[in-house]
Design a protein around this ligand. Sequence first.
Ligand SMILES: [Fe+2]
Length: 307
Amino acid sequence: MTGNEILQDLFFIERGFLNGNHFVYRSDAPVLIDTGYISGFEETRDTINRLGVNLSDIALIISTHTHCDHIGGNNRIQRESGCDIALHRVGRYFIDTRDDWSTWWRYYNQEAEFFTCTRSLEDGEMVTLGPHEFEVIYTPGHAADGIVLYNRHERVLISSDTLWQTDMAVMTLRVEGSRALFDMQASLEKIEKLDVQMVYPGHGKPFADMPQAIARSKQRIQNFLKHPDAIGDDLLKKIIVYTLMMKKVLPADALFDYLMATHWYKETVDLYFNGRYEAKYDDVINSFLGRGIIKEEKGYLSTTVKP
Ligand SMILES: [Fe+2]
């Protein structure tokens, strides 16, 4: 995997669904934006090294939010380099108070390590990566601490999990609150006004047609508001695939019990599907097996989605 140079010395690295995409600004004081998931750390290190940047030289990490697939390398890179780590003020509060619930780590049974946040970011603040200036735009909804970064001069938007090209990031109302969809809507309206030539999302490929992506996401929100069980279905599907990515393989006869022991599974099925735990499990697994999104081999389940 090589980086794609999107602005001078600023590289975009596309990962998958388990690891968020990340960015490397190559200079005497290198900057990273997001650091993947913890289990993908060796690949994170390799891709950064291939750009001629050593982790021990990193000066600053900017995390677009504190979800595990965006901060996975923070602790290790900070231990190696002593770098600063910047988060939106809300995310800084989560990290300062060792809140592994608001970050989703405990809720979704994810692996992550705390680190030291040394700088908080405010909506409207400018961050500079050498000659490149990015405006911090606070975009809660998917994550209470979510930000996007906008370079007005080059019309580039680093959209993290606030805007993907065709899909929308999972909405966790039991952690983010019942108004999360309204927050997400407002965040999309905020970035809709920007003049953007290319969007670099937190997952998936870069894309040029921001209006189309925003229209799709808004439509998804309207559908969720009208049919709340669609939020539940989307969440179950995404997090079950995510779980298989985190675990790599799981015995087919153990997955249901594993899910029932998490904080999120029972609560989600209670909220949206009246406690039909087994029926919803069968629905999701059978539809994924049918579509080839997960496969069963010798009694083990895994997913075919790119981690
Ligand atoms: Fe993400």
